[in-house]
Design a protein around this ligand. Structure first.
Ligand code: FES
Length: 639
């Protein structure tokens, strides 16, 4: 358990061997010497009608001297056994404990409750190497390989070049007992010794990192237990070269050293972030052996040191679309010298390795229902499909959803208005501010807000305020602010030849202008037209389920997204925010190399649609400018 796999084994079989034969991954570093403690399991006793099993404590061997010694020295939690020492004596139900298979944080964030089974690319293997013998001239490294094959089954081992000069001293320092870190997911398909330690080395870590244009997010993970040791984020320092992706491409085009400067900036930020998660998790950066990265195509290229200029113009050619592998130090990442770096494949010129990560995490191709997966940023990445077929596109939504191009817009931060309601009779607003508990119409709001102040309005609130203005009749279906209401409410104020809505009459004064409404209309029309195009390609008139990936999706209220016609009609209960799904996908690829093959295979199957080349995109866009839409009904919304 929890895999539910079962089988029959001769009495005396170590539980570790039984698990392996069943294809259940249980960690082992010491090779069954009862010293690493990595192979712990829990044995259940009792009657298990569902499995037709009666299990008692007699059905497992009592602790032998080696296991007792481990318990005495290191301690074993109640009910736990070392599966390398405990043997099968009768019918048993064995739990591989939750802390070794599930990462609670991952499951909580992902909308689909899913267990990431561990099968990481790196394995630690302790061996005792024969001492040199004048009669057998085999070299120290060669004898190490021999014992790694004999004890662990590693054939055709290669060795990271930097290790070769160190092998002799490490073997002697460990008194011929050493732990080798083996990477078994190299592009050569041959396993590689990537690190070597004297004695027993009992920890190996990896990082999963999502390089966003605004934020870089990272998890530090134990490759042996699957536990997230620390998570953190930092802003992408490339912002100083350009706020959005296209301005960063322009920066490269206009500055001879632009690409180098941006590559250097993002790598430095990644290294700083590694330092931060390592400090938080009390882990040495030299113990990080595997790194998985995702990012949109432009971040992907700049991180790998590739000029992104071609991505700035049709036909948006990627320098490389397939998954990539490097030695991490080749990319300037400061971790173990032998660590590897894996970059997920890109789907298309504007649908990157981040969308591939989100696709791996949410798995539209794993289900029969039609799933729409959107990651809203300055460019919306859209994936639509089911087990039969998956299509993907990007749509140029612009930065309005992130609060840019909006008169009082700002990023989500303390002081930003995040929720808005408008009374349809009085047209009076009430709102909430990030960092403040009370709503603006509550008695203690004035006092509560003093500490943070009111600074602007963030992306999620822009969606809400425009939707509430529409529901209150302040704007028409065409998005025009109704100036005639000025006679009824002092909230409607003239602004040149148009009218604005006064949301907050303080310092600063926060209004929603006609131009703000237009910017939101343009952004949402671009997103919806992209989605609709993919629906047409799939031949469907509705989607069964919608997943919002990314920070924006976490704060947006699905009801308001639908009122504005940002997303197609769908059961509201089927619209879910899945947080940083791209990062979750990176984590899956880090913890289980089978997921790397899975997403490489699926990305090859995804059909890429280039919205700019589709003749009806323009019409879909024009229809989608209306609120919620000129052509499409929203029956679930009216219900
Ligand atoms: Fe190391 Fe069991 S495999 S203690």
């Amino acid at each position: 358990m929890p895999s539910g796999k079962r089988g029959r084994f001769p009495v005396g079989t170590p539980i570790l061997d039984a698990a392996r034969q069943l294809g259940v991954y249980v960690e082992s570093v010491c090779g069954g010497r009862a010293t690493c403690g990595r192979c712990q399991v829990e044995v259940q006793t009792g009657q298990f009608a569902k499995h037709g099993i009666t299990s008692t404590l007699d059905h497992i061997s009592p602790k032998g001297p080696k296991e007792e010694r481990y318990e005495r020295v290191r301690g074993l939690p109640e009910g736990r056994r070392l599966s390398c020492s405990a043997t099968v004596q009768g019918d048993l139900v064995v739990d591989v404990p939750q802390d070794t298979v599930i990462n609670a944080q991952v499951v909580r964030k992902a909308a689909t409750d899913r267990v990431i089974e561990r099968n990481s690319a790196v394995q630690l293997c302790y061996v005792e190497v024969d001492e040199p013998d004048m009669h057998k001239p085999l070299g120290d490294l060669d004898r190490l390989k021999v014992v790694l094959e004999k004890d662990w089954g590693w054939k055709d081992l290669l060795v990271a070049p930097h290790l070769v000069p160190q092998v002799q001293s490490i073997l002697r320092k460990g008194n011929w007992g050493v732990t080798a870190a083996i990477h078994r997911d190299m592009d050569t398909s041959r396993p590689f010794i990537i690190a070597l330690y004297p004695g027993l080395k009992n920890e190996a870590y990896g990082i999963a990192c999502d390089i966003g244009s605004t934020t870089i997010a990272m998890h530090l993970v134990s490759l042996l237990s699957g536990r997230i040791v620390a998570s953190s984020g930092t802003s992408n320092p490339q912002i100083r070269f350009g706020e959005d992706l296209m301005s960063r491409v322009s920066y490269v085009m206009m500055n001879p050293d632009g690409r180098e400067a941006m590559t250097k900036a993002v790598r430095e930020a990644v290294n700083t972030l590694i330092g931060k998660v390592c400090a938080e998790g009390e882990v040495a950066r030299e113990d990080i052996f595997d790194c998985v990265f995702v990012g949109n195509p432009i971040m992907h290229h700049l991180f790998l040191g590739i000029d992104p200029t071609e991505l700035g113009q049709a036909p948006f050619a990627l320098a490389v679309s397939g998954a990539m592998q490097f030695w991490a130090h080749e990319i300037g990442i400061e971790v173990s010298k032998g660590a590897r770096l894996y970059m997920l494949p890109c789907i298309a010129g504007h649908v990157g390795a981040d969308a591939a990560g989100a696709t791996l995490s949410e798995g539209p191709y794993r289900q029969d229902r039609m799933m729409l997966l959107v990651d809203v940023g300055t460019n919306a990445e859209i994936v639509l499909g089911d087990a039969k077929r998956v299509v993907a596109a990007s749509s140029p939504t612009g930065p309005a959803f992130e609060g840019a191009e909006i008169s009082s817009g700002q990023r989500a931060a303390p002081g930003a208005i995040e929720r808005v309601r408008i009374d349809p009779d009085t047209l009076e607003p009430r709102f909430r501010v990030i960092g403040v508990q009370s709503w603006s119409d509550e008695p203690n709001f004035g006092k509560d807000v003093e500490a943070v102040g009111i600074t602007g309005i963030c992306g999620s609130a822009i969606i809400e305020v425009v939707a509430e203005m529409y529901l209150a009749g302040i704007i028409s279906e065409d998005g025009v602010v109704d100036g005639t209401l000025a006679t009824r409410s002092s909230r409607i104020i003239p602004n040149g030849r148009t009218f604005s809505y006064l949301l907050h009459d303080g310092a600063p004064r926060i209004t929603v202008t006609q131009n703000d409404v237009r910017a939101i209309q343009l952004a949402k029309a671009a997103l919806y037209a992209g989605v609709k195009l993919l629906m047409e390609k799939q031949g469907v008139d509705h989607v069964d389920t919608i997943r919002f990936a990314g920070a924006f999706g976490s704060f947006i209220d699905p009801k308001y997204a639908m009122v504005l016609g940002l997303i197609p009609d769908c059961e509201l209960t089927e619209v879910k925010a899945v947080g940083n799904a791209a990062g979750t996908g990176a984590l899956m690829a880090l913890l289980n190399r089978d997921h790397r093959r899975e997403i490489e295979r699926e990305v090859g199957r995804i059909e890429k649609i280039e919205t700019a080349l589709e003749p009806n995109f323009q019409q879909l866009f024009v229809d989608a400018m209306a609120l919620p839409n000129k052509a499409d009904p929203f029956p679930k919304l009216s219900a």
